[in-house]
Design a protein around this ligand. Structure first.
Ligand code: NAD
Ligand code: TDX
Length: 342
């Protein structure tokens, strides 16, 4: 396949392109990325100059750039998005723009060429909303509760409407929380790992009891390749690992793996509208795509901590830039009013 991978130098995009370059030697990749605060071209510097890799800087909302980048591609994997729930509370407009309108621009260009094979829209388990008990199945109603998840729901609904209306070969995947190398340190796991290395406090929202289903990023990537190769257009696939942990349990795993002290943990004011739990049923991906995750949380978190230990210049350069203002805005009052763990 000749893939257009949008958002390809963000966290999951980077891991996906690396996975494809090493596991699918006959495939080529064009990355289209706007290089927002979350995108880093140097993540894929090792492929610059390869005949199988091309990088295009640009916005998925720009039809001219999208046309040029998509030329010659028979598949699209759309990772490009604004992705951080906390930032969506501060600035919903950028989320609606990229996560909904950007998807429309990509779909419009895609449908001009009937020979194109697959449009894979990367969505999230957050579209189901908070799930207090049981596991969400692909047919369950959507109940997105943050501007981020509402925008992602809009993007995937639009994509599926192109399948129904125009016959565009769209597949949607809804993954649970990813972790692993190259994740921007605004998200829970890389924030806490890097804060632990720096002896900074670890700000746990609320009572630390919110639950997420943690999926090692390489397992997500193998599921996406399986969806491209074996998925049925018009289908939605949940992707998750069933490794449910409270944020407090994740925090203690990080303290153990980094050797940092419990005294760094602080309970801080909760996120607005904070979803208590996400959990997905992945039997469809397992049965129809023959996919199974391979990495348990214990080994995944050890690999992740090692990566951040070995790549301190990567995250230190991020933390010394735009991130500083963001961190101050988001956490300084919270940390002033925080409580230590008993
Ligand atoms: P990320 O924030 O690390 O990366 C997003 C990338 O998209 C960046 O490289 C950024 O520069 C690029 N981008 C943003 N706006 C753009 C635009 N208008 N045009 C072109 N490029 C643009 O995000 P991530 O964690 O890698 O997430 C990738 C995708 O996976 C997103 O669609 C997200 O909703 C979805 N997802 C993420 C998770 C997770 O746990 N991280 C879980 C499920 C689904
Ligand atoms: O400082 C923090 N303290 C804290 O307690 C941060 C950043 C997070 N949290 C909590 C909030 C969540 O319960 O940790 C949990 C995970 O938070 P995030 O890493 O921000 O992820 P989440 O909000 O669950 O969303 C992520 O997973 C689904 C990604 O950001 C989304 O892009 C993806 O769709």
């Amino acid at each position: 396949m000749n893939l257009l991978v949008t958002g390809g130098v963000g966290f999951i995009g980077t891991n996906f392109v690396k996975y494809v370059m090493s596991h699918r030697p006959n495939w080529s990749v064009t990355v289209l990325d706007k290089l927002t605060y979350a995108g880093r071209r140097e993540n894929l510097a090792e492929y610059e100059g390869s005949s199988r890799y091309k990088f295009v800087e640009g916005d998925i909302c720009d039809p001219v750039i999208v046309r040029a980048a998509m030329a010659g591609c028979d598949g699209v994997v759309n990772f490009a998005a604004e992705t951080h729930v906390d930032r969506s509370i501060d600035d919903p407009a950028s989320f609606v723009r990229t996560d909904v309108e950007g998807v429309r621009v990509l779909l419009e260009e895609f449908k001009l060429d009937n020979s194109r094979k697959i449009f894979l829209q990367i969505s999230t388990d957050e579209v189901y909303g908070s799930v207090e008990t049981g596991r969400s199945g692909e047919g369950d109603p959507l109940d997105p509760r943050s501007p981020y998840s509402a925008s992602k729901a809009g993007g995937e609904l639009l994509a599926m409407s192109y399948f129904t209306t125009f016959g565009t070969p769209v597949i949607v995947t809804r993954a649970s929380n990813n972790y692993g190398p190259h994740q921007y340190p605004e998200k829970l796991i890389p924030l806490f790992i890097t804060n632990a290395f720096e002896g900074e406090r670890l700000p746990l929202y609320g009572d630390g009891g919110n639950m997420r289903d943690w999926l090692f990023v390489t397992d997500h990537c193998s599921a996406l390749v399986a969806a491209l190769e074996k998925g049925t257009p018009g289908r939605i696939y949940n992707i998750g690992d069933g490794q449910e942990l409270t944020n407090k349990q994740v925090t203690f795993a990080i303290l153990e793996a980094t050797g940092a002290d419990t005294s760094l943990v602080r309970f801080v004011e909760d996120r607005l509208g904070h979803d208590r739990r996400y959990a997905v049923n992945v039997s469809r991906a397992s049965e129809e795509l023959g996919w199974k995750p391979q990495t348990n949380f214990e080994s995944g978190i050890a690999l992740t901590v090692d990566w951040y230990r070995d790549n301190s210049s990567w995250w230190q350069s991020i933390k010394s830039g735009e991130f500083r203002d963001y961190y101050k805005r988001m956490y300084s009052t919270r940390l002033e009013n925080s409580e230590r763990i008993q």
